[in-house]
Design a protein around this ligand. Structure first.
Ligand SMILES: NC(=O)c1ccc[n+]([C@@H]2O[C@H](COP(=O)([O-])OP(=O)(O)OC[C@H]3O[C@@H](n4cnc5c(N)ncnc54)[C@H](OP(=O)(O)O)[C@@H]3O)[C@@H](O)[C@H]2O)c1
Length: 246
């Protein structure tokens, strides 16, 4: 069942820059009543407040600090759409001496952070009638890139958990959306050496609004992502989405 963001109360992690910022802009542009800008440093949400006024509510949230997630879930008790966008990338290949340490950090933020968010916000979304939970995965969730091997492994793990959450949260009427961008023009893409082929972050924000409305599970928002998603579509439909779901 699709969800129109108009009138909804959303929360976006990593809202202060990059893709998170673009998601907030799209949610507001399409009529969200309120967006909790969940950020590590609340001062970093000031430009969002300047742009959108009182519909933005800055909130402290660090995916590595469970207490901040639990506190945010208590404060954002009226939330109906949660988008877990925040994530980290280390450019470590599988053969680098630092690969295990890089993977541990990426798992801590990209995977444990997702688990903490899902566990903290599932009861809130249930109380508010179901709503939606979106997770920023990647084309790297289904196709490894050796230059950042450990990041890809963490995004594959996050995608696996997102699939389970789709079926688990369906029982309470919460729609789950798995978002799989290719290279998007942000600090992270710059750090990964992808600036030349990166596309605008607004594609992700607008894609999320449309995918929520359509009730889709997978979103492949940009040119590279659409190519990967197109090749993956049969498997997605006949295997991943064949059971359960809201
Ligand atoms: N850009 C791409 O090409 C691309 C492609 C596919 C998927 N993605 C995914 O999209 C998401 C956003 O990426 P991006 O490109 O916008 O990244 P970015 O420009 O590097 O921004 C990362 C965001 O995550 C926040 N963050 C980092 N660690 C955090 C933590 N422990 N707790 C809470 N927030 C934390 C950052 O906050 P601070 O400002 O406080 O550091 C920042 O807001 C990530 O999950 C990424 O894996 C990106």
């Amino acid at each position: 069942m699709g969800i129109d963001v108009k009138g909804q109360v959303a929360l976006v992690t990593g809202a202060n820059r990059g893709i998170g910022r673009a998601i907030v802009d799209s949610l507001i542009a399409h009529g969200a009543a309120k967006v909790y800008a969940a950020v590590r440093d609340v001062a970093s949400a000031a430009p969002l407040v300047a742009a959108h006024g009182s519909r933005i509510v800055p909130l402290e949230l660090d995916l590595q600090q469970p207490a901040t997630i639990l506190a945010a879930a208590r404060t954002a008790s009226d939330v109906t759409i949660v988008i877990n966008n925040a994530g980290v990338l280390r450019t470590a290949t599988a053969l680098d001496a630092g690969a295990i340490e890089a993977l541990a950090y990426e798992i801590e933020v990209n995977v444990n952070g997702l688990l903490r968010m899902a566990q903290a916000f599932a009861p809130v979304l249930k109380k508010n009638g179901g709503g939606a939970f979106g997770q920023l995965n990647s084309v790297a969730s289904v196709k490894a890139f050796p230059g950042f091997s450990t990041y890809c492994a963490s995004k594959a793990a996050a995608y696996s958990l997102t699939q389970s959450l789709r079926e688990l949260l369906a029982e309470q009427g919460t729609h789950v959306l798995s978002i799989h961008p290719g290279p998007i023009a942000t600090d992270m893409a710059n750090d990964a050496g992808l600036a030349e082929i990166a596309e605008p972050a607004s594609l992700v924000g607008e894609g999320i609004v449309a995918a929520l409305k359509a009730g889709d599970f997978h979103l492949w928002p940009d040119t590279m992502a659409k190519q990967v998603g197109g090749a993956y579509a049969d498997f997605a439909r006949n295997v991943v989405e064949a059971s359960g779901g809201e």
